[in-house]
Design a binder for this molecule. Structure first.
Ligand code: KDG
Ligand code: MG
Length: 403
């Protein structure tokens, strides 16, 4: 079999997605997700201008060799743009291989290790009553675990509470990020009171998560972890910017609250200290941002040796193609922890018809050969790229802060 075409489709059925479609001379095609929120066109160009020409003529079955030649051959390694592009190729090739075998991808990854994939959903509220309503809505949908984010008294816009980025109807060059505001002391005072209220209302059993979104220093993160211990979180996520892997040693020394990290990581090298020293409990990278199924499976195997579990990043800005690849991996690996699943707009599901299902809070990849996702190219073309950016976060005095 030979690759005869590789093309990139950028579509915005509510938000932007970048999809690679690889076609072979035997008529089998594969899809890969290369969506990098707010930098979509950079990955699209990387793929279209620099990778697609290299793919034509090669044997799509040689997944590892193709991965290594894209990673090592470019000379410039790692980074989110490069790794999202390589991820799309990797997943598209796995899709082709599994379709050629007539098997769902999870069968090629070792087969099912469980019957279904447990998820967590997002509950958000500007205040506690609004948060309670949102938790009830997620519970009614069947989510077995729930991430909670709230507004902070005195702050107008806070991560997770407002729908911030959003597509804007302005020409590409005029789009600007919205500004959110931040006060660490107010946050550290408020969040333990939110968890106390939620535990009082919903009891001790509901697994609860919280995302600090890289906003704390290691000592502030340690303080928060300690303050939240009575509420037995499932995890505290991205408590401090983890490119400072050493910082997690300090957090870990002070708190038993479980820690999850890694959605902005794109290489196993970002995790070396964190995993080998058991400084975290869950690894959070997405298939889409980590170079694909091949390297993420290797990361999970490395993490398994240290009793660390998977928790693949699954926000709305991973396309259904990236989500499907994640679900196949979730079903197959032994050290599965949980899958984030935020769901999609009906139009997104129409652009990407898929075999995976979400039932009572649990995902299953389905039995269609490959990853089980198609791309409706006409519908995709009817919803072209719309410039949109993630917010920028500023302290009350105007200083840019981690987002
Ligand atoms: O593109 C950024 C989002 O994916 C991120 O803000 C979502 O933190 C996130 C999460 O945990 O889903
Ligand atoms: Mg997060």
């Amino acid at each position: 079999m030979k690759i005869v075409d590789a093309k990139v489709v950028v579509t915005s059925p509510g938000r932007n997605f970048v999809t690679l479609k690889i076609t072979t001379d035997e008529g089998i095609s594969g899809l890969g997700d290369a969506t990098l929120n707010g930098r979509e066109l950079a990955v699209a160009s990387y793929l279209q201008d620099h990778v697609a020409p290299l793919l034509v003529g090669i044997d799509p079955h040689r997944i590892e060799d193709t991965w290594q030649s894209l990673y090592r051959g470019a000379y410039w390694r790692r980074g989110p743009v490069t790794m999202a592009a390589i991820a799309a190729v990797d997943v598209a090739l796995w899709d082709i291989k599994a379709k050629a075998a007539g098997l769902p991808l999870y069968q090629l990854l070792g087969g099912a290790s469980r019957e279904r994939v447990g998820t967590y959903g997002h509950a958000n509220g500007q205040d506690i009553p609004e948060l309670f309503d949102s938790i009830r809505a997620r519970m009614a949908e069947g989510y077995p675990a729930i991430r909670i984010q709230t507004g902070i008294p005195g702050l107008k816009t806070v991560y997770g509470v407002h729908h911030s980025a959003g597509a804007t109807a302005v020409p590409h060059q005029q789009a600007r990020p919205v500004v959110e505001d931040w006060d660490t002391a107010a946050y550290l005072r408020h969040i333990p009171t939110v968890f106390e209220a939620v535990r009082n209302e919903f009891g001790p059993e509901l697994p609860l998560l919280h995302d600090a979104h890289h906003r704390l220093t290691p000592i502030q993160a340690a303080q928060l972890g300690k303050d939240l211990e009575p509420y037995r979180l499932f995890w505290l996520e991205d408590c401090t910017p983890a490119e400072d892997q050493d910082g997690l040693r300090l957090v870990r020394r002070h708190t038993t609250t479980p820690l999850a990290i890694g959605e902005v990581f794109n290489s196993v090298y970002d995790y070396q200290t964190l995993v080998s020293e058991k400084l975290i409990d869950y690894v959070r990278s997405a298939v889409t941002h980590f170079g694909g199924v091949s390297p993420l499976k290797k990361l999970f195997d490395f993490a398994a040796q240290h009793q660390i579990k998977s928790a693949i990043h699954g926000p709305e800005d991973i396309s259904p193609v990236g989500m499907a690849a994640a679900i196949h991996l979730d079903l197959a690996i032994h050290n599965f922890g949980i899958q984030e699943y935020a769901g999609y707009t009906p139009l997104t599901d129409e652009v990407f018809p898929h075999a995976y299902t979400f039932t009572d809070g649990y995902l299953h990849p389905g039995e269609a050969p490959g990853i089980g996702v198609e791309l409706d190219e006409d519908l995709a073309a009817a919803h072209g790229y719309e410039a949109a950016y993630l917010p920028v976060n500023r302290l009350l005095d105007g200083t840019v802060h981690d987002w």
